[in-house]
Design a protein around this ligand. Structure first.
Ligand SMILES: Cc1ncc(C[n+]2csc(CCOP(=O)(O)OP(=O)(O)O)c2C)c(N)n1
Length: 354
């Protein structure tokens, strides 16, 4: 697998790049988001095993740094379209864990009102263009968002996250090509995590590196270590400065690894023995960042434990609150299906005014 081959024998324990403009306060904030992402995923897996959640649970174990680090370089007005491994980007851009718990618990007051799961909803004030299941389709959507921003003379860039598998879709090509032609500030992040469902990367594409595809579109290509959170931040910072200045689109390839199956139901029988353990032991993005933080005396082990305990209590409170919200009622299913002018007043009275 290509992402691994570059790192077959790390000579010494991996940490993060020290070439950065981040301040100590920002390093700590970044750590909170990284840990929050991992701990949120761990919690949803536990809740799933307790049969408390609806739908599949998709985690980003082992690749959290890509979404968190890249999103951290964005401005509040910037748009982003995450996919299933990018919950960390949602947190960085201000989506609260309780909102995603509401979705997972299928509660009536969830943004999708229990008609969809996970973070399949949108919050445009936070720049969040909600994911849909049809992989690749959000790339042309983001070009539309950017064309609208251009007409309104708004200063925005947009990030479309995509797996290396979904980069094989026709709509990926159409979207990236259109953005390139129109010189839109679209930054497409290909998360090369080794597998698309059970298909390994070398059966997905004949290119040596996905970043090479940028040449074919006539846009800037960048490759980054997706498990080095500081490198992810710096790569996106450079890309966004370039795109914001009117130079056009960027394609970023982040090299990472999916340590869990496609979702919790996937037993990963197709993964060669020892591969997952290798990544867990040698290239875990949280461990790497913790090493970096202690080495540079930004946080001690004790400080990290305090943060972990704080986040544990926070997530417990968020999930308990969501779990205690009411379930939907039968008539809610009619919303957005039949004439909302008829359904909405009753819905408004019952739900929104409660
Ligand atoms: C157009 C389309 N084809 C197929 C699927 C079914 N599907 C869902 S996730 C997935 C694999 C995606 O792999 P990748 O893009 O590499 O992302 P990863 O899961 O590795 O993060 C597939 C085939 C889909 N949702 N949309």
């Amino acid at each position: 697998m290509k992402a691994k081959s570059k790192l077959v024998k790390p000579k010494k324990p991996l940490t993060c790049t020290s070439k950065t403009s981040l301040s100590n306060e920002q390093f700590i904030e970044l750590y909170r988001y990284l840990k929050l992402t991992r701990m949120f995923d761990e919690k949803t897996v536990r809740l799933k095993k307790q049969a408390k959640l609806t739908g599949g649970v998709f985690t980003s174990l082992g690749q959290e740094a890509t979404a968190v680090g890249t999103a951290y370089a964005l401005k509040p007005q910037d748009f982003f379209a995450p996919l299933i491994r990018d919950i960390g980007a949602c947190f960085v851009k201000g989506i609260e864990p309780r909102t995603i718990f509401l979705q997972y618990f299928g509660r009536r007051s969830a943004p999708s009102r229990a008609t969809d799961v996970q973070f399949h909803f949108a919050d445009l004030d936070k720049g969040f263009v909600g994911p849909i299941s049809h992989l690749g389709d959000l790339i042309p959507v983001m070009t539309g968002v950017l064309l609208a921003a251009r007409m309104k003379k708004e200063d925005r860039v947009a990030v479309a996250y995509i797996g290396e598998g979904a980069s094989s879709t026709g709509v990926f090509h159409e979207g990236v090509n259109f953005a390139a032609v129109k010189k839109l500030p679209l930054i497409t992040v290909i998360e090369n995590n080794g597998y698309a469902y059970s298909t390994p990367t070398d059966e997905q594409s004949a290119v040596e590196s996905f970043v090479d595809k940028a040449v074919g579109y006539g846009i800037k290509g960048m490759q980054t270590d997706g498990n080095d959170i500081v490198a992810c931040y710096e790569t996106m910072k450079e890309a966004s400065v370039y795109a914001r200045a009117g130079n056009g689109s960027v394609l970023i390839e982040a090299l990472t690894y999916r340590r869990k199956g496609h979702a919790e139901h996937d037993n990963q029988a197709y993964v060669p023995a020892g591969e997952i353990d290798w990544w867990a032991k040698n290239n875990d993005p949280v461990v790497r960042y913790e090493r970096f933080l202690t080495k540079n005396r930004i946080l001690s082990r004790k400080n990290m434990l305090e943060i972990e305990n704080e986040l544990k209590d926070f997530l417990q409170a968020e999930s308990e609150w969501a779990e205690n919200q009411p379930l939907p009622e039968a008539e809610d299913a009619a919303m957005e299906v039949f004439d909302n002018n008829v359904v909405k007043p009753a819905f408004k009275k019952k739900v929104l005014e409660n």
